[in-house]
Design a binder for this molecule. Structure first.
Ligand code: B12
Ligand code: SF4
Length: 448
């Protein structure tokens, strides 16, 4: 069969993100299929896509839906209209079966099937497209494949793959588009997350257990990114240090194989083993992005974070001692947030030295999370709300507007405190620096 895989993502802030998921989907498809990738980010308007469709005449078109909205409680942008236009244009020029997939799709499968009138969807890992193609070819029962949803079938919980998964990275023109715009590519070392933070979709999207990619295989892929011209890569794992042992093995494999480009990852600020961050730094790591979320004891407990305030300071100090840049993400306004917990977080944030802090004022409520159940119980949402249009949790004791005002006031004059990812001002700055040849996420320039 001829399969056209389209990355529908057009978001370029905080920076361009290479559509990693499609490398995995492609790798899983049998060589008897002819597969092409089209990336909407690279195209000017719809005409180039229509030309590809007319030339290639695909039997199946897979659409990767990564982002649903920008998750900004004060300036919400939905990407659904872009996807709707895209599907309408495809339908005008092709009779191919349309299959939806991707992390955004996985959070809202049924609703997106309804809106986009697709033929099939794959909830969770898209490697199962291989089984779906077999079913389409042979007239088999597609709806019986785990994770596959059809217009008629009901929503299912994504069952994590019980097979290995591999990446097919060819380093061609597609990768070069991203390399030319900031030099950044991305890398996965494992899937899943075993923690249970109340607001988080990642265990639902990727599974609740870590599934590790062998360290040597990860390092070989990292080398392939470097050879293709990447100047930096970001590790997309939910939490890189979720397994201290595996992440250290990966870092050692980078070093052993002679990787020379810098890289960064998301970390949980749990108390690290001795020398952990030195091992990371020795292997070329430069940026640690900590998912700290709060610096108030009661709020860390309410969010079910697997660390304490002391752990945060210990992890921060260890990262700095090792010579790394450290940033913290803070999520304000969850269940139990009040003026005291907010003040505690802000006071402690002021004590974090040599860092950049990104404050998010308002937690988006996603289905299949604990905060969804809390919001339901509190009457903030009802079972019929589909939440595709973002709804942000409201603490009973302090409004998100008040939180925003207090943080914005305090952030004035602090060059290293940002609301959200810094909005269009930060995005313009990053884009300018990337054009000047700087590489990486660039927040190190704001460290104070
Ligand atoms: C890493 C990450 C980032 C990093 C990316 C760094 C980098 N250089 O790659 C950073 C921090 C920059 C980032 C930024 C943003 N992110 Co982000 N990010 C993630 C994260 C944790 C992993 C994404 C990833 O690469 N996964 C690994 C790859 C291999 O998996 P995958 O792409 O999902 O593909 C698999 C399946 O989805 C499926 N699949 C994919 N495509 C297709 C296509 C077909 C046809 C099929 C069948 C299947 C399929 O198969 C693949 C293999 O199994 C996800 C959460 C998560 N755990 O998924 C959020 C996530 C995608 N991000 C999200 C958001 C919102 C954003 C931002 C918009 C936030 C913001 N306001 O700045 C920006 C957008 C950036 C951009 N330019 O697009 C949301 C999207 C949901 C939503 N509400 O829209 C997610 C889901 C997190 C969440 N809140 O739940 N992000
Ligand atoms: S917030 Fe991080 S540590 Fe917590 S469940 Fe999500 S990915 Fe795991």
């Amino acid at each position: 069969m001829k399969v056209l895989l389209i990355s529908a993502n057009t978001v370029r802030t905080p920076y361009y993100v290479y559509p990693l998921g499609l490398d995995y989907v492609t790798a899983a498809l049998s060589s008897r299929h002819i597969v092409r990738i089209a990336d909407i980010n690279i195209m000017k308007g719809m005409d180039p896509l229509i030309s590809i469709i007319n030339d290639f005449v695909p039997d199946v078109i897979g659409l990767s839906l990564r982002n649903i909205d920008n998750v900004d409680s004060h300036d919400t942008k939905s990407f659904i209209p872009i996807y709707r236009n895209l599907v309408e244009a495809i339908r005008r020029h092709s009779t191919a079966a349309i299959v939806l997939g991707g992390s955004g799709f996985t959070i809202f499968p049924k609703k997106l099937m309804d809106i986009l009138k697709a033929d099939y969807g794959i909830i969770g890992e898209g490697e199962r497209l291989s089984l779906l193609l077999d079913a389409i070819e042979t007239g088999g029962n597609a709806a019986a494949i785990p994770g596959v949803i059809t217009g008629a079938s009901s929503e299912a919980v994504p069952a994590p793959l019980d097979t290995e998964f591999h990446r097919k990275f060819d380093g061609g023109a597609h990768a070069h588009y991203y390399i030319a715009r900031g030099g950044m590519l991305n890398l996965q070392t494992k899937r899943g997350c075993c923690y249970t933070c109340i607001y988080c979709t990642y265990p639902f999207i990727e599974g609740a257990e870590f599934r590790l990619i062998p360290a040597d295989e990860v390092a070989d892929t990292a080398l392939a990114l470097e050879r293709a011209g990447a100047k930096y890569f970001f590790i997309t794992d939910s939490v890189f240090n979720g397994s201290y042992q595996h992440s250290a093995e990966v870092a050692r494999a980078f070093k052993k194989k002679g990787l020379s480009i810098p890289w960064g990852a998301f970390f949980a600020p749990t108390k690290p083993p001795d020398d952990y961050y030195r091992v990371m730094h020795d292997a070329g790591m430069t940026h640690a992005e900590f998912g700290t979320e709060s610096l108030s004891g009661p709020m860390l407990a309410a969010y079910r974070k697997p660390f304490s305030i002391n752990d945060v300071f210990a992890a921060h100090a260890a990262a700095l001692d090792a010579g790394l840049y450290a940033a913290h993400y803070i999520l304000l306004g969850g269940p139990g947030e009040n003026r005291d917990t907010l003040d505690e977080t802000l006071r402690n944030a002021e004590r974090l030295e040599k860092t950049v802090i990104f404050f998010f004022c308002g937690i988006r409520i996603y289905p299949n999370t604990r905060i969804y159940d809390i919001a339901l119980k509190e009457g903030q949402i009802s079972k019929s709300d589909d939440l595709l249009e973002p709804v942000f949790y409201q603490s009973r004791s302090i409004s998100s507007e008040e939180i925003y005002r207090i943080v914005a006031d305090l952030a004035k004059g602090k060059e290293n405190w940002f609301i959200g990812t810094g909005g269009s001002r930060a995005a313009r700055l990053i884009s300018r620096l990337h054009k000047q040849g700087h590489t990486g996420p660039l927040w190190e320039h704001m460290i104070r």
